[in-house]
Design a protein around this ligand. Structure first.
Ligand code: KG4
Ligand code: ZN
Length: 343
């Protein structure tokens, strides 16, 4: 009989629970974006941790009701154990562990980044090896993915993460948090060639990213400007977004050359994480993939940002034959992917 998986995601400001069966069918999935951070222009860890606990208490019974299940029908409990904000990780994993103990069922810890990597699996049949471009609020990484649990890190940001740079630029332009969707919105009517935005590591064949210089350059542009009106904002947002798309495109081209030199073949290119929801970036990459005869895979929008369904998916993929328990696993804000080897 198909087993039932219950998952919790609380690594940042999204409180999410999901119930899936072993065929990865979603029986219920509830996401709650915490709103209390908006006034602070960024996520406040202490507020996030407290809010996770309050929200989980409300949404767990609702999720069971929606799935028409009782707690005792769950076969395995899992939760994000890192990377992320430690307060949230402790809350989510402790709640899931407590449920597992109360039901005498296994608890399985999940790495948040691996969940993003496998998130296109809700839409596409994932084939390996692939090149995964992970674009979130906390990470910007390139992985050569040989298969499930076989992830090789080949490049990453040396300073800010890509989503963080969207958020910081949005803040400079006095836009709402989170900044990514706001920048995308106003960039639609902006002139993407209006401003010259720096392109870090452009001349070097480097698989690492850097975004802090872009933020500094935009800060200077804003400070120099007498009137920061809507016209200026939309042109700057469009120019920034175009530069980000240029950077990702260039890194993918370098990564393809690098993998080719190492005789590592790939079948697909995958973009995942909150920033993968950006239509402009996605359409640029769809064209790039077409030109180079690769399929571009990505999660549906609802699975780009943080969500518990992708957490349950990792649990299912890791426990195909029997359910392992690791209730002693300690949440780790800097958790790396097991087997992730930099090549
Ligand atoms: O993957 P995610 O939900 O959380 C982390 O694991 O960090 O990513 C959140 C990030 C935020 O920085 C947000 O501004 C960005 O994803 N984001 C976007 C878009 N939607 C969300 N960035 C650019 N364009 C978007 N449409
Ligand atoms: Zn995430």
């Amino acid at each position: 009989m198909s087993k039932i998986i219950f998952s919790i995601e609380t690594s940042c400001d999204e409180t999410s629970v999901a119930i899936l069966n072993q065929q990865c069918e979603i029986l219920s999935h509830l996401n709650y974006t915490q709103k209390d951070h908006k006034v602070h222009g960024g996520v406040v860890p202490e507020i996030a941790a407290r809010a996770h606990l309050q929200i989980l208490q409300k949404i767990i019974p609702i999720s069971l009701k929606k799935a028409k299940l009782r707690m005792k029908d769950i076969d395995i409990f899992c939760a994000t154990c890192g990377p992320g904000l430690i307060g949230g990780l402790l809350v989510g994993s402790s709640v899931a562990k407590s449920m597992a103990i109360a039901q005498n069922k296994p608890f399985y810890p999940i790495n948040h980044l691996e969940a993003h990597i496998l998130s296109p699996g809700f839409k596409f049949n994932m084939r390996f090896p692939n090149l995964t471009v992970l674009l979130t609020g906390g990470h910007t990484q390139l992985y050569y993915v040989e298969g499930i649990t076989k992830y090789k890190l080949i490049g990453e940001t040396v300073d800010d993460a890509i989503g963080e740079s969207f958020d910081k630029v949005a803040k400079l332009l006095n836009l709402k948090f989170p900044g990514g969707p706001e920048i995308e919105k106003i960039a639609k009517s902006g002139d993407e060639n209006k401003f010259n935005i720096p392109h870090p590591f452009k001349s070097k064949k480097n698989l690492n990213f850097s975004f802090s210089g872009i933020k500094t350059a935009i800060n200077l542009m804003v400070k120099k400007r007498k009137v920061v009106d809507y016209g200026f904002k939309k042109d700057l947002a469009a120019s920034f977004q175009k530069k980000i798309a240029d950077i990702i495109e260039q890194k993918i081209i370098y990564a393809l050359e690098f993998l080719n030199e190492k005789n590592k073949k790939i079948v697909d290119i995958s973009i995942v994480g909150g920033v993968a929801a950006n239509k402009k970036i996605k359409s640029r990459l769809i064209n790039l993939c077409k030109k180079n005869n690769f399929r571009l895979i990505y999660p549906q929008n609802e699975f780009c940002g943080d969500n518990a369904a992708m957490i349950a998916k990792v649990c299912i993929e890791h426990n195909k034959f029997n359910f392992n328990s690791n209730i002693d696993f300690r949440p780790n804000p800097r958790l790396i992917i097991l087997n992730s080897i930099k090549i």
